[in-house]
Design a protein around this ligand. Structure first.
Ligand SMILES: [Mn+2]
Length: 328
């Protein structure tokens, strides 16, 4: 563990110990990385004999997460949440807000909370956006980190704390989803985090159950992938139908394409709103997709990048991409 990480871990601990009113918040439509980290962090805060609340907003749409909440209750475990409507009653000048797995105000579960709380800590692994939350007491945004769970599991390990095996399982699910089963951005620290979660008793069978996917959705995605084609013998492009997709759908298709023979870079093109076409690009590490996306007005980093193009059809965007990457 590098000195720098120790410094971050120690100041996080110090902030927790200095505050009696702690809120934890992840992004809208929470996933296992955000919520797993939040639950793990709450366990740590409990161990310091401090109370904390995980901020929740809408009713949960993610079926696996819903199942996880039920499992917590069935196992007589405890997690403390607070709804948007009750937050104003408890916040004060002493409130500490820990934001996990995002760093943009508009992305968090309850955006207005960011303006109301003075002491904010951000821990995230996404590519830093210019609209990041300013004036945070700690802002640890490291795109080299595979997941927020990686940070949190290594924090728990650093503190030599135990968490319940069920929470460790949820965290491991988040780690595996964000790394696409240890394929993306996986370092020694990622395996160290996974190893510690297994040591804490993460349940491999439950993990697999929580990772199981809806069959219809899987087939729908495979039908789109079936139409993908190779360019330059080492890149593949998947053009989606005219439906409107979420950015994460494009990303997961691009990621999935990396598992095929000869593919060194992949691109998924699809509509992300009525007048915007998005491209999500991924690379196994030989081709710099950031450079390619930057030419099309986007950004990202070497192995993970994206762009959004306004007022062009999917076909036009496909042509632009192909003409940019095609070698003669
Ligand atoms: Mn994440």
């Amino acid at each position: 563990m590098g000195d720098f990480m120790e410094e971050i871990f120690n100041s996080l601990t110090q902030f927790i110990k200095e505050h009696n009113n702690i809120l934890i918040m992840t992004h809208k439509n929470p996933d296992f990385d955000g919520m797993g980290s939040a639950l793990g962090l709450q366990q740590v805060i409990n161990s310091f004999k401090k109370e904390s609340y995980i901020c929740i907003n809408n009713s949960e749409k993610n079926n696996s997460l819903k199942k996880s909440y039920d499992l917590i209750i069935e196992n007589n475990l405890y997690f403390n949440t607070i709804k948007k409507s009750n937050i104003d009653k408890i916040i004060n000048d002493d409130t500490l807000l820990i934001i996990l797995d995002t760093h943009k105000q508009e992305m968090v579960e309850i955006p207005e909370l960011v303006s109301k709380v003075k002491n904010i800590i951000i821990i995230d692994h996404h590519i830093k956006n210019k609209d990041y939350i300013k004036d945070a007491k700690i802002s640890y945004i490291n795109e080299g980190l595979s997941s927020t769970v990686e940070f949190m599991a290594n924090y728990i390990k650093y503190l030599n704390k135990q968490i319940d095996p069920l929470f460790a399982t949820f965290m491991l699910v988040g780690l595996e989803i964000d790394t696409n089963n240890f394929r993306l951005k996986t370092t020694d620290k990622t395996y160290e985090a996974a190893s510690y979660l297994i040591k804490l008793g993460a349940d491999n069978i439950l993990k697999q159950e929580l990772l199981q996917e809806n069959k219809e959705e899987y087939i729908r995605r495979q039908k789109l992938i079936e139409k993908s084609y190779m360019v330059n013998k080492n890149m593949t492009i998947c053009v989606l139908d005219s439906k409107i997709y979420e950015n994460k759908d494009l990303a997961s298709i691009a990621e999935e394409l990396l598992q095929f023979e000869n593919v060194e870079a992949s691109f998924a093109i699809g509509k992300i709103s009525k007048d915007i076409v998005g491209i999500s690009a991924r690379s196994i590490g030989k081709i710099n997709v950031e450079q390619i996306m930057a030419k099309l007005g986007g950004g990202g980093h070497y192995t993970e990048a994206a762009t959004q193009i306004k007022d062009k059809s999917i076909k036009e965007v496909e042509k632009i991409l192909v003409s940019n990457i095609k070698e003669d």
